[in-house]
Design a protein around this ligand. Structure first.
Ligand code: BG6
Length: 295
């Protein structure tokens, strides 16, 4: 049996019997903590994070909608991460039948009058946050067009993974893909190397990535498995030393302990006709690494 309880006024915690847990905040619909059954935190949150109303916290998993980044007319990464969501006790079942025995909470965001002024499209954004018995975290977003006209949006689960030392981390599954480099006006390159490793600032959108990728933390002997559906791209971001110093809610050396690997729909916007719904799913597992590639 898995328990779910209110934790303060605006956060819901879900716990598995073996001790894994996830906490999600109504502020931004943001997952702010995900712990394994040993109580280890798997998501990064900055020690300099600013906790104030209507501001996304630097860490966890902010939801970027209806815009990713700053290519568009809206604030960076869209407004959803800065809004207060509500618990949706009457969320409709998922159409793919994935309504099994996982413990979950459903959140809902609808546009405020202010949102409609800057983005004049009536939508419902639902987020289901679930924890499996094994402690895997699943996030399922559904965007419904309740407008009279089509609209388009981009989306990302801005996932701050906690790592022991960025120089010991590699990503597998993005080799040979094309990426848009945010550090050079979104110019398109093709990844040449083997697995991706880190020795300077990285801010890339890997396009058309496979449904499963792995982030290996050599020092921690932990691998994050990222599974996604409906989200063709993966954004990889680490600010490295110089950019870290320009971010007021991020410690100067914290880039060593985090890596953002964001399941996303960025290169091509999603378009919904009136009445249509889109679903984007992210599943995260953290498993002990085997050492076979160490030698
Ligand atoms: C990344 C973007 O995903 O988010 C970066 O690719 C950006 O360009 C970063 O700097 C952080 O964004 P923000 O708005 O949360 O500071």
């Amino acid at each position: 049996e898995v328990t779910k309880d209110w934790n303060g006024a605006d956060q819901v915690a879900i716990r598995s019997p073996r001790g894994a847990s996830v906490r999600v905040s109504l502020q931004g619909g943001q997952v702010v903590s995900w712990r394994n059954d040993r109580g280890e935190e798997l998501l990064f949150t900055s020690s300099k994070a600013i906790f104030k109303p209507l501001k996304a916290v630097r860490g966890g998993i902010p939801v970027c909608f209806p815009q990713f980044g700053n290519c568009g007319t809206l604030e960076q990464h869209g407004f959803a991460r800065n809004k207060t969501w509500i618990v949706d006790d009457e969320a409709p079942p998922l159409s793919n039948g994935d309504n099994n025995n996982k413990a979950s909470v459903d959140l809902l965001l609808k546009p405020s009058d202010d949102d409609l002024k800057c983005w004049p499209h009536c939508f419902e954004l639902r987020l289901r946050v679930s924890l499996s018995m094994d402690g895997d975290l699943s996030l399922i977003s559904r965007v419904r067009n309740v407008n009279g006209k089509p609209f388009s949006f981009s989306f990302a689960y801005h996932t701050y993974l906690s790592v022991s030392d960025i120089s010991e981390v590699r990503i597998e599954g993005l080799e040979t893909l094309d990426y848009l480099d945010n550090l050079s006006q979104r110019e398109r390159f093709t990844e040449q190397g083997d697995a991706i490793t880190f020795e300077s600032e990285v801010d890339r959108v890997y396009v058309g990535s496979p449904g499963v990728i792995a982030v290996l933390d050599h020092e921690k002997k932990r691998t994050f498995i990222i599974r996604k559906e409906g989200l063709p791209d993966i954004v990889v971001w680490n600010p490295w030393e110089k950019k870290s110093k320009t971010m007021s809610d991020f410690g100067d050396d914290e880039y060593k302990q985090m890596l953002c690997v964001n399941a996303a729909a960025v290169e091509r916007a999603i378009t919904l006709k009136p009445g249509e719904e889109w679903t984007g799913k992210l599943e995260l597992s953290a498993v002990p690494s085997t050492n076979c590639s160490d030698h």
